[in-house]
Design a protein around this ligand. Structure first.
Ligand SMILES: [Zn+2]
Length: 311
């Protein structure tokens, strides 16, 4: 008897497990509002992240999926009970840095301090070892040749901090599209956020605003392309504030920032529900482990930045 939901796959090969991740920050901590809401105002703003994370934990439980929550140290410090709840539900707690400063704004020493501080808070709250890191706004790129070396020296197993695509706010278009080892001397694995190939060009397809703004069919097409045609796991991400249509509106932010932040909020939870049921998902540390098992096949970064690091 054929199970209809397996019909797309060769029965001999189980469907690919994709990496599911949530970047845990509140609605006012995003890059889009960084010039309108200062960090020293954050504590005066009502936080909504805890309720939104609780809804996400329920949504994942409905589909019986486990995911990775890349969490700001700033948030974990104020919500240690939420961190424990995430971990107790079987999800991975990983680091998103302390307060969302992008990696290319740091010196190496400042970066080292930022990730150490965030990790200490997360580990204290969760009672587990943090082995994964995602740079705020995918801000590891050609400007930060020391970032992977610092992560490796601090004992991280993987990073998911590169968007291998050209974008106005972020991106490292020359980076590999799939898992790679950025350092010759370390087993550290980078799992770039998913891109798809459309008319010979890389397009961002790993979530965030694209998932919210574009029809669901685009993400379905992109993940199928990556899984079926390329035989690789997708890496997908979203934010807790994206399922919160009732969040306060920032009237004095630029129009484009507001469009990006507010479009599609009401439909987001249903779209996510469809996504987590349609594909197979797992924690990023598990994806990193599986991708590392292909180690012999994994390319080293070919960019000059990687050569600088290895030198
Ligand atoms: Zn973020």
């Amino acid at each position: 008897m054929n199970a209809p939901f397996h019909s797309l796959h060769d029965p001999a090969t189980p469907p690919i497990v994709n990496g599911l991740s949530v970047d845990v920050e509140d609605w006012f901590q995003v890059g889009a509002f960084e010039n309108v809401i200062a960090r020293d105002e954050w504590d005066a703003i009502g936080m909504r992240v805890e309720d939104n994370v609780a809804r996400i934990i329920d949504l994942f439980a409905e589909a019986d999926v486990k995911a990775t929550f890349f969490t700001l140290g700033w948030v974990a410090k104020r919500h240690p009970v939420m961190i424990r709840r995430i971990a107790e539900a079987g999800h991975e707690i990983a680091s998103h840095g302390y307060d969302h400063a992008r990696v290319f704004t740091f010196s190496r020493r400042e970066f080292a301090e930022d990730i150490r501080k965030a990790r200490d808070i997360l580990q204290d709250a969760a009672g587990v070892t943090v082995t994964g890191y995602r740079a705020p706004s995918f801000s590891i790129d050609h400007r930060t040749p020391w970032a992977f070396a610092e992560l490796a020296e601090q004992g991280y197993a993987y990073s998911s901090s590169v968007a291998p695509v050209a974008h106005d706010h972020y991106g490292w278009p020359e980076a590999p599209r799939f898992a790679f080892r950025p350092l010759a001397w370390s087993s550290l694995i980078e799992l770039p956020v998913t891109t798809a190939m459309l008319a010979g060009r890389r397009v961002a397809a790993g979530g965030g605003g694209f998932f919210r703004v574009l029809p669901y069919g685009f993400s379905r097409w992109a993940i199928r392309q990556v899984n079926r045609d390329e035989g690789r796991p997708a890496v997908f991400y979203f934010h807790p504030w994206e399922i919160d249509p009732d969040q306060p509106r920032v009237a004095h932010a630029p129009l484009r920032s507001r469009f990006r932040h507010y479009t599609g909020l009401a439909r987001m939870a249903d779209k996510l529900r469809g996504l987590v049921h349609e594909f197979r998902w797992g924690r990023m540390d598990m994806i990193a482990h599986r991708e590392a098992a292909r180690a012999g096949e994994l390319p080293a970064a070919s960019s000059s930045a990687a050569e600088e690091i290895a030198a």
